[in-house]
Design a protein around this ligand. Structure first.
Ligand code: LFR
Length: 493
């Protein structure tokens, strides 16, 4: 039998893509059909996503999917980054332009929210790590605006795209779990939290689980793309990190994962949330995965630091080639200066090389004096953060780790993989780089009855995708010393 074909739209912070997934027993092949830039736009009220350009990118990608398969697409799935949303008015029209989570309008808003719902209580309910851009803070910052007054429905970004593709309205649960309006234990919305913030509790649409049907393509979408009007849209794990964790090729339950792209999301898969004060203070989140699993992890600033350096260097006419920069970093002297990648000043877009130099100056460390030294500092600091977070997760969850799976675009970065293995003192399995798109395809394939439970999906990934192995090496004492130079994890919270 010929393999079943699925289209996965995966929107990331720097680019979006539509990939074709072919699935059959012992076969899982991805082909990228269309990649388009994701370029945020600054307006007078702040930083926004250009959602129409992204949607057009998805439509063009689906059109290519139709052409390259003679329209034989079994279903379509959409995932993206978490937290951000669009608001619809009572006619279903989008109100304004969705904000980018790196916009500064949420600065200081947490204090207002915590004066109504204290931080401990919010964590006991939602299990969500405190990030300044959590949906709850974004909504609170907009309270009383004309748009909030007119808003009837909140749709997270992938749900907004599904609404535009199908006309249906729903909230996918893995992504809903990143809003801080969702109960980590029961897996249901907590509209009472909106009520306590004087926001409309009925903004939250009905939940959908990965695998649920999300409708079929609207006639004008079918006409433009060349896919049939009956083409199903399947709910996937629409939070990109949840999709990536589906495609972690782990066999042994004692695994940890690092989903490494713009962010590094490092943690464990658990059966139930950890809602203790210690966990809250350490900055761990309990996001929902497929099949009721919990993604117990911490956000680490990730490749963003490097992406922003390269953006700054491009504007200054300096070299930005990644292989060259990483080769220079590999040759640079180790352990000269290390930073906490999660320092709040690194969150907003800006002159990242200068931010990092300022951090080193402030902490009395040598200031990186070349691009290679700076990239070394970033990669070593990320490896160190991976180690700190995984060790802390293992301790808080009382969960042994014997192997680290590094997936996502960052898994192509050999220096990062090697240093992560060295820093953690654990073997690292790198790949697949396209874990998110694979997870998206796999959940669609499962809905179509082609694969089974999580472990069989993971076995299919392990059997079909190219993986690289990095045994731990290097000098453990040097990593201990580097770690001792940073403030204890979570101290800044
Ligand atoms: C990764 C990610 C993270 C989320 C951040 C912001 O792409 O989805 O999981 O914390 O983006 O939404």
């Amino acid at each position: 039998a010929s393999p079943a074909l699925f289209a996965a739209a995966d929107l990331g912070a720097t680019s979006g893509r539509v990939v074709l997934g072919e699935v059959a027993p012992e076969r899982l092949v991805l082909t990228e059909l269309h990649r388009f830039a994701n370029t945020p736009v600054r307006l007078s009220d702040g930083l926004h996503w250009d959602v129409l350009a992204l949607f057009q990118g998805v439509l063009d990608g689906l059109r290519r999917a139709a052409r390259s398969t003679d329209g034989r697409i079994a279903s379509v799935g959409v995932d993206s980054w978490a937290v951000d949303y669009g608001l619809l008015d009572r006619d279903g029209a989008l109100l304004g332009h969705p904000f980018h989570y790196r916009d500064s309008r949420t600065d200081g808003v947490a204090d207002t929210v915590f004066s109504r719902i204290d931080a401990q209580e919010l964590y006991r309910i939602t299990g969500l790590q405190h990030l300044p851009f959590n949906t709850v803070f974004q909504l609170a910052s907009a309270a009383g605006t004309a748009q909030m007054d007119a808003a009837r429905t909140l749709l997270l970004v992938p749900d907004l795209f599904i609404h535009w593709l199908t006309g249906t309205v729903g909230a996918e649960e893995t992504n809903a779990s990143t809003t801080a309006l969702f109960d980590a234990r029961t897996g249901t919305w907590r509209p009472d939290l909106l009520d306590r913030l004087s926001l409309a509790p009925d903004l939250l649409p009905p939940l959908r689980a990965p695998g649920d049907s999300a409708g079929t393509l609207l006639p004008h979408v079918a006409a433009y793309t060349g896919l049939g009007t009956g083409t199903p849209v399947t709910t996937v794990a629409s939070h990109d990190t949840a999709s990536a964790v589906v495609a972690v090729p782990a066999a042994d339950p004692r695994f940890a994962y690092i989903s490494c792209g713009t962010w590094s999301l490092a943690g464990l898969e658990l059966n139930s949330p950890i809602l203790s004060e210690e966990s809250r203070k350490a900055g761990f989140t309990n996001e929902r995965g497929v099949d009721g699993t919990i993604r117990y992890l911490r956000n680490i600033m990730g490749m963003w630091l490097l992406e922003e350096c390269r953006r700054t260097w491009a504007a200054q006419g300096l070299p930005t080639g990644l292989p060259e920069l990483l080769a220079e970093a590999d040759r640079a002297r180790p352990f000269v200066s290390v930073v906490d990648p999660d320092a709040p000043e690194f969150l907003a877009p800006g002159d990242m090389p200068e931010q990092i130099r300022a951090y080193c100056r402030r902490t009395g460390q040598p200031v990186p004096d070349s691009q290679g030294a700076l990239v070394r500092c970033i990669v070593e600091s990320l490896a160190l953060a991976h180690r700190r977070v995984l060790r802390q997760a293992a301790r808080l969850a009382d969960h042994d780790i014997t192997q680290v799976h590094l997936v996502g675009g960052g898994s192509r970065n050999e220096l990062l993989c090697r240093l992560t293995a060295d820093a953690c003192g654990l073997p690292v399995v790198a790949g697949p780089a396209e874990a998110t798109a694979l997870g998206n395809v796999l959940v669609q394939a499962r809905a179509a009855g082609l694969v089974g439970d999580l472990s069989s999906m993971r076995r299919l990934v392990a059997d079909t995708q190219q993986l690289r192995h990095y045994p731990p090496g290097g000098d453990p004492a040097a990593w201990d010393a580097a770690e001792a130079r940073l403030a204890p994890a979570g101290e800044d919270l």
